[in-house]
Design a protein around this ligand. Structure first.
Ligand SMILES: Cc1cc2nc3c(=O)[nH]c(=O)nc-3n(C[C@H](O)[C@H](O)[C@H](O)COP(=O)(O)OP(=O)(O)OC[C@H]3O[C@@H](n4cnc5c(N)ncnc54)[C@H](O)[C@@H]3O)c2cc1C
Length: 470
């Protein structure tokens, strides 16, 4: 029977008593606020929307220091309360949705920038990414990779839930050596212990959706800041646009920080670009260092593109325009969803070598309900692209038929309509991450609903766990 204080309707714990024990940590018990903090951007997917919209936590705690975080985890462990960490709540697959109910730990009060070194920064997990980038900029540095959600997202949420972003076309994936230098994380037990992860071990926690550790502090690489010019160029056809994007992404002369291509039809959702980018033209969205604009203009001339928008940061603010990256990554879909809730998306890898021929091959077989949108990236050191197409959603069956078409043409799909880790890009359980969960989260409290394989690993003998850890 759920306890009367349970908002999720799934818990028999006395949440009023737990709230009292959490003192002096700030708690939020107002049902409407707890429900609000139980959501992320899962509603991008009509399938996840059906599955997750009624999943809520029971109480929110908002620790302001690592010591307060440890106190929250200790209280949760004593009561065997499920725990979900929450940063900005911008994840797309219900990563931060408390499917089993329980305690939501909001990290946003734990956002100190601890130290900025010559080419690195040490920061608490709850730091807002825009604030972090601004602090770095004041020292002539910036993050090599950041998500298009930087205004809302936390750095801990990005490292736990994200994988790539603005900068990936040059600096690779977050998981690549040298991007994440150190992770400090707490275990979820009666007496939480701090563990320090460096080298390849950072990937035991990166992109684990908070299932196996609670990140308190991160040391990340920084790179020299640039005076970025946000550019949107347009082309007569998508293949023309794609050809120019491949040349830009592969260029050794132009240090672009973003390289996105968008089907002309997507432009109808971009109200803020009306009168700037002509209708009916495919778009190349990019960030170019000011000094390299002549080389970029030459590249566009070679590929038949016209430069419709170029703006430095001061001009952007003066014109009250969005950043160009507000039309890239998962923001592209968000622009469409603002006016059309029938739209959804996919995540598809176009492996190396990227070619216009592969795009033309897919354009010929995909229906009018799929509008391509590619993000160029460096994956394992090679140039690839991720297609995050807008899909005019009709039925689940059609959505999976589209995924099957991509797969049949050699383009693997990371299904964004599933809310467990095993169904994402890797398509299998990450046993090393699960072995770490057994060590750091012995009671299985941390976001366990997001891994199908946990019940199997939970019951393994210590020797079997040691073998998984290699
Ligand atoms: C419009 C839009 C654009 C996006 N663009 C990008 C993009 O460019 N690149 C990209 O990779 N993603 C992108 N995303 C996904 C998402 O924004 C990123 O993953 C983001 O950085 C998450 O940060 P957050 O603070 O909102 O995390 P949350 O959504 O709050 O959490 C994400 C996951 O991390 C866990 N978590 C949070 N804090 C901690 C912690 N301290 N310790 C352990 N686990 C923790 C949560 O439990 C959850 O599983 C986008 C999403 C949207 C809606």
């Amino acid at each position: 029977m759920p306890h009367p204080s349970s908002i999720s309707g799934k818990s028999d714990l006395d949440w009023s008593a737990i709230a009292a024990e959490l003192a002096p940590v700030e708690v939020i018990a107002e049902p409407i606020l707890v429900k609000k903090r139980s959501r992320d951007f899962f509603w991008y997917s009509p399938i996840l929307d059906r599955q997750l919209k009624s999943c809520f936590g029971d109480l929110v705690a908002r620790p302001a220091t690592p010591a307060e975080m440890a106190h929250c985890l200790s209280v949760a462990a004593r009561h065997r309360a499920p725990v979900v960490l929450r940063g900005g709540g911008t994840g797309n697959y219900g990563q931060a949705v408390p499917v089993d109910g329980g305690l939501i730990i909001d990290t946003t009060a734990m956002g100190r920038i601890i130290e900025i070194g010559p080419d690195w920064v040490r920061v608490e997990a709850g730091c807002n990414i825009l604030a972090l980038n601004e602090a770095l900029k004041a020292r002539g540095r910036e993050l090599p990779i950041f998500p298009s959600t930087q205004d809302m997202a936390t750095i801990g949420g990005f490292i736990s839930g994200g994988s790539a972003g603005i900068g990936t076309v040059t600096h690779g994936m977050l998981r690549d050596p040298g991007n994440i230098l150190e992770i400090r994380a707490l275990s979820a037990e009666e007496t939480p212990l701090e563990h320090v992860f460096t080298g390849a071990d950072v990937n035991l926690i990166h992109h684990a959706w908070g299932i196996n550790a609670v990140i308190t502090e991160l040391t990340l690489r920084s790179v020299p800041a640039q005076d970025w010019i946000g550019c949107i160029a347009s082309f007569a056809t998508y293949p023309d646009c794609h050809r120019a994007a491949i040349a830009l992404a592969a260029s050794t002369e132009i240090e672009r920080k973003l390289c996105s291509t968008l089907d002309a039809r997507i432009g109808r959702y971009f109200d803020r670009l009306r009168g700037i980018v002509p209708e009916g033209r495919a778009m190349l969205v990019t960030l170019i260092p000011r000094g390299q604009m002549p080389a970029f203009r030459a590249l566009l001339a070679d590929h038949g593109g016209s430069l419709d928008l170029e703006m430095g940061e001061d001009e952007r603010q003066a014109r009250k325009l969005p950043h160009v990256f507000d039309f890239s990554y998962n923001h592209t879909t968000l622009q469409a969803l603002k006016t059309d809730r029938k739209v959804t998306y996919l995540q598809v890898l176009f492996p190396a070598p990227v070619t216009v021929a592969k795009v033309e091959e897919l354009l010929a077989v995909l229906g009018d309900d799929v509008w391509m949108h590619h993000e160029f990236a460096r994956l394992d050191g090679r140039l690839v692209s991720f297609d995050l197409p807008l899909v005019q959603y009709t039925t689940d069956e059609r959505l999976y038929e589209i995924m099957a078409i991509y797969e049949a043409h050699g383009c693997p799909v990371s299904d964004p309509h599933k809310s467990v880790l095993e169904d994402g890009g890797m398509k299998k359980a990450n046993m090393a991450q699960l072995a770490l969960k057994k060590r750091m989260d012995p009671h299985g409290l941390l976001n366990s609903a997001k891994t199908r394989s946990w019940p199997r690993v939970r019951d393994l003998a210590p020797e079997a766990i040691a073998a998984l850890e290699g």
